[in-house]
Design a protein around this ligand. Structure first.
Ligand code: 5GP
Ligand code: ZN
Length: 115
């Protein structure tokens, strides 16, 4: 896919409005439009990388650092019992938007998630 047609490039760079919960020079954190749970957030780098096979280690490290901050903010605001961090690579793994992103999905014991 051409990067010019990438929806997460447009969202990350502010060309398309989104429910942004955090932004810096490297990434934007938004709420998922089709959330698996309340507070489901996506960390999206502003630079386009298709997946983990092409992202550089420095950006990946920055994204994980941001994930620790988002996790703590979710804990403070939503008080979940747990959190899944998920990052899909390739159609075979369920990736549907081919711009690297990390999911943070707060979990609640009452939902009885088994995997
Ligand atoms: P993937 O399956 O590629 O790991 O996840 C893509 C995620 O992006 C899905 O959870 C989907 O709901 C979310 N998503 C797709 N398009 C948009 C959009 O335009 N805005 C927002 N906020 N989320 C989106
Ligand atoms: Zn992109």
């Amino acid at each position: 896919m051409n990067k010019d047609d990438c929806i997460f490039c447009k969202i990350a760079n502010g060309e398309i409005p989104s429910a942004t919960v955090y932004e810096d020079s490297v990434c934007r954190v938004i709420l998922d439009v089709n959330p698996a749970n309340k507070g489901h957030a996506l960390i999206i780098p502003k630079e386009h990388f298709d997946n983990i096979y092409s992202i550089d280690a420095e950006t990946a490290a920055k994204i994980f650092t941001i994930a620790t901050e988002v996790a703590k903010a979710q804990k403070a605001e939503l008080n979940p019992d747990g959190l899944n961090i998920l990052q899909n690579n390739g159609e075979a793994a369920g990736q549907t938007v081919f711009h690297f992103h990390m999911h943070l999905v707060p979990r609640y014991i009452k939902d009885n998630v088994t995997m």
